[in-house]
Design a protein around this ligand. Structure first.
Ligand code: PGA
Length: 342
C-alpha cells in the first residue's frame, strides 16, 4: 500500500515526498505490530487459559461429586455393617420356667408335652426353657423338641461324683439330655444353706459338663428397704461367677429375682427391675467389658405373669423372665412367651 503511484514519481527522489523518510515511521510500525500481533496473541493466550481453566473447574466439580458419592456409599455400607454387627450381637431373649417341687412324673410329662405342642404350632419369638425336678428330666427330654424348648435342672451338686447320698451331679444332669441348670436360687440359698462358695463350685462343675447356667441373684425386702440391693447383688455375683473366664461367661445367663417378689404376687415394678438389670449389666461391663455385657442375657423373676410380662419385657435391659408359678400351666406360660410378640 505504501508503494508510490507512477504519477507521483514525477521529479527526482530528493524533491518528492517518497524520497524522504517519514518522521515517525518506526513508532507507527511498533504500534501497528502491537495492535496487529501482540494484542491478538495476548487475547488468544487469555482465551486459551480461560477455556482450560473452565475445563479444570468442570472436571474438579465432577471429581468432587464422585468423591461425595463414594463417601455416601461407604457410609451406607458402614451403617449396614454396624446393623449386621448389632443383629449378630443381639443377646438372646429367654423365657425359662422353674417348676420347683411341683408335678408328679406323669403330670410333668403331660405338661411338657402340652408346652411343646403349643410352641411347635406357633413358633416363639424367644428361647424357651423348662427347668424341672431331677426325676422328670430324662422323661421330659423324650417329649421335647430341643429346637423349640430347652430343658434344664433346678440344681446340681457341688461335688463331681462319689459318696454323696441323695445328690445329683452336673454330669448326671447333662446325661438326661438337659442343657441348662438353675443355680443360686434364693430358695436354695435360704433353705439349704447354699453359700457363695458352694455355688462357685456348682457353677464350675456345671460349665465343665457343658451345661448353661441360669444364675440367680436378688435381695431380701429388708435389704431393699435399707437401700442395699445393689451391694447385695454385686456381692452374690462376685462371690460365685465373676471368677469365670470370658469364654466361660458365654454360658452364663443371669436372673435377678428380688426375694420379696418371689411367689408373693408382689412384682417389682418394671422401672425397679430395669434399674437393677441395668446396674447388673454395668458391673458385668466393668468386669468383662462392654461387648460381653451387651451380649449377656439378664432375666427378671418374681411373680412374672402374662399380664405384666409385656411391660417388663419392653424395658431395654430385661431379656426375659424366670417364671415360677405361672410356668405350671401351659396356657399361662405361653401367655408370657407371647409377650415377646407384642
Ligand atoms: P414366681 O417364682 O414366678 O412364682 O414368683 C419365680 C422363681 O422363683 O423363679
Amino acid at each position: 500500500n505504501d508503494l508510490p503511484k507512477q504519477a507521483e514519481l514525477n521529479a527526482p527522489l530528493s524533491l518528492i515526498e517518497t524520497g524522504r523518510e517519514p518522521e515517525n515511521k518506526t513508532w507507527t510500525k511498533i504500534v501497528l505490530i502491537i495492535i496487529c500481533y501482540i494484542f491478538p496473541l495476548a487475547f488468544l493466550i487469555a482465551a486459551d487459559r480461560i477455556w482450560s481453566w473452565t475445563r479444570w473447574v468442570q472436571k474438579r466439580e465432577q471429581w468432587l461429586k464422585q468423591k461425595e458419592e463414594w463417601i455416601k456409599q461407604k457410609e451406607q455400607s458402614n451403617r449396614l455393617y454396624q446393623l449386621l454387627k448389632r443383629k449378630r450381637q443381639m443377646r438372646k431373649k429367654i423365657v425359662a420356667g422353674n417348676w420347683k417341687m411341683n408335678e408328679t412324673l406323669q403330670e410333668g410329662v403331660a405338661l411338657a408335652k402340652e408346652i411343646n405342642e403349643s410352641l411347635k404350632a406357633e413358633k416363639p419369638n424367644c428361647d424357651v426353657v423348662i427347668c424341672t425336678p431331677f426325676i422328670h428330666l430324662a422323661s421330659v427330654a423324650q417329649v421335647l423338641d430341643s429346637n423349640v424348648v430347652g430343658l434344664g435342672a433346678e440344681n446340681c451338686a457341688d461335688k463331681e461324683k462319689g459318696a454323696y447320698t441323695g445328690e445329683v451331679s452336673a454330669a448326671m444332669v447333662k446325661s438326661t439330655g438337659a442343657q441348662y441348670v438353675i443355680l443360686g436360687h434364693s430358695e436354695r440359698r435360704q433353705y439349704y444353706g447354699e453359700t457363695a462358695e458352694i455355688l462357685k463350685e456348682k457353677v464350675k462343675l456345671a460349665l465343665a459338663n457343658g451345661l448353661k447356667v441360669i444364675f440367680c441373684c436378688g435381695e431380701t425386702l429388708e435389704e431393699r428397704e435399707a437401700g442395699k440391693q445393689n451391694e447385695v447383688v454385686k456381692a452374690e455375683l462376685e462371690g460365685s461367677v465373676f471368677n469365670l473366664s470370658a469364654e466361660e461367661w458365654k454360658s452364663i445367663i443371669l436372673a435377678y429375682e428380688p426375694i420379696w417378689a418371689i411367689g408373693t404376687g408382689k412384682t417389682a415394678t418394671s422401672d425397679q427391675a430395669q434399674e437393677m438389670l441395668a446396674y447388673i449389666r454395668s458391673i458385668v461391663a466393668e468386669k468383662y467389658g462392654n461387648e460381653v455385657a451387651e451380649d449377656t442375657s439378664i432375666l427378671y423373676g418374681g411373680s412374672c405373669k402374662a399380664s405384666n410380662a409385656p411391660e417388663l419385657f419392653a424395658k431395654p435391659d430385661i431379656d426375659g423372665g424366670l417364671i415360677g408359678g405361672a410356668s405350671l400351666k401351659a396356657a399361662d406360660f405361653k401367655g408370657i412367651i407371647d409377650a415377646w410378640k407384642k
